[in-house]
Design a binder for this molecule. Structure first.
Ligand SMILES: [Zn+2]
Length: 397
């Protein structure tokens, strides 16, 4: 492999992106290049934290530790581990150890909740102008990260799924993506807080946060999640967190809150609970608590507090508006779309952001969809076909 050199990584570039650039620069097909650089057939080389890092570092002319800590997801995935575990995993990741099972399992905490690699269109412009090419930024490709830290721009999703590891190397750079908007995630300023929280995990060098449990508990009490006993109102906190982010979004990140009292947010603020939590849960918890107003959140033994009631009363009100608008449209025999109907209520973005908070409204919209006044944007649905058939019949007459 003497002909082969890999380009040195750019600032904050993911190691998989360096290999992608090598594929483009060399013109060698991705599969063959991977065999050349790793010395073996690897159908599943991680874009985020590949095996044989030392060998890759040598070909990229960088220090192996630098490659591990500055160009892989490693600092993110070990951010809340004890120093001894971090060292153990670092040795595994750097070594030529082919039995890499435990490091592979670490990667899941970055790929779960990441449907595709993300990129910032403004960074693409800057990078191409400065460097002549764009690259996959490590801090854009983390769970719960939807905005660019530098530009404040909403990130876009690349054209290939994160899970298909080795094929990713042949899929090009951000500038080559058709891309699509990423509608997931909360609006600003929460989205910015999440992006910053995730980024901060990348920039830690010791990889260990001492006693985070006490930190969250103190913060939760400060924000008013207090029971009459003085304990943290953990179930209440879990419910409020769920309302703040929305059920569907949390589920997409693998962070569902099912039974509030026994859910992960409740466990995170409980004393003497030392189970590990995925980094994204820490990021969500910190952003949620930082964004909370300081106020008494609950009285002991009282069912759901202020926020959930507000969400459901808005749902109630929207459902009524939708029902009326649907009846009007049907009476006047005008066609409209669900999007238009919801835009008319003035709450389209809240609804679109998380439909799971609006069960009654969703039910009304489904009922409306079955009526003649519902105009379908996509062909093939029954109503559209009925309309087409009617028009065709009218034309024949
Ligand atoms: Zn950017």
């Amino acid at each position: 492999m003497s002909w082969l050199r890999l380009p040195p990584p750019y600032l904050g570039e993911l190691v998989g992106s360096v290999l992608t650039r090598a594929v483009i620069h060399s013109g060698v097909p991705a599969k063959r290049l991977l065999v050349e650089v790793t010395g073996r057939r690897c159908s599943n080389l991680s874009f985020f934290l590949p095996s044989s890092l030392s060998g890759l570092a040598e070909l990229m002319s960088v220090n192996a530790h630098e490659l591990l800590w500055e160009h892989t997801a490693f600092p993110y995935v070990v951010a809340f581990m004890a120093p001894a575990d971090v060292d153990r995993f670092a040795t595994k990741a750097l070594g030529q150890d082919l039995q890499q099972g435990s490091v592979a399992s670490l990667i899941q905490s970055v790929t779960q909740g990441l449907p595709a690699l993300r990129y910032c269109p403004d960074c693409v412009l800057d990078d191409v102008a400065e460097l002549g090419e764009s690259y996959w930024h490590r801090d854009h490709c983390l769970p719960a990260t939807h905005v660019c830290r530098r530009h404040g721009t909403r990130l876009r999703l690349g054209d290939f799924a994160t899970k298909i590891a080795s094929r990713a190397y042949g899929m090009g750079l951000p500038q080559h993506q058709r891309g699509r908007p990423d509608f997931a995630g909360p609006p600003d300023p929460t989205a910015k807080a999440l992006a910053l929280g995730s980024y901060e995990l990348l920039s830690r060098i010791d990889g260990h946060t001492a006693d985070w449990s006490t930190h969250y508990r103190t913060l939760a009490l400060e924000k008013g999640f207090v029971m009459v006993t003085g304990e943290v109102a953990s179930a209440q906190l879990a419910m409020n967190l769920q309302v703040a982010f929305g059920e569907a979004y949390l589920a997409s990140l693998g962070c569902s809150v099912t039974e509030p009292g026994r859910s992960w947010p409740a466990l995170m603020v409980r004393e003497r609970v030392r189970v590990p939590f995925a980094p994204v849960k820490h990021v969500l918890m910190q952003a949620f608590l930082d964004g909370c107003n300081v106020e008494q959140k609950t009285l002991a033994y009282r069912p759901p507090g202020k926020v959930p009631r507000d969400a459901s009363s808005l749902d109630e009100q929207l459902a009524k508006q939708v029902r009326k608008a649907a009846i009007r449209a049907n009476l006047r025999n005008v066609q409209t779309t669900i999007t238009q109907l919801m835009k008319d209520t003035g709450h389209w973005s809240a609804f679109r952001h998380d439909r799971s908070n609006f069960p009654k409204t969703t039910a009304e919209l489904a009922a409306f969809r079955a009526t003649e006044a519902s105009e379908r944007k996509l062909g093939g649905r029954e109503g559209h076909q009925r309309n087409m058939a009617r028009k065709a019949a009218a034309a024949k007459r």
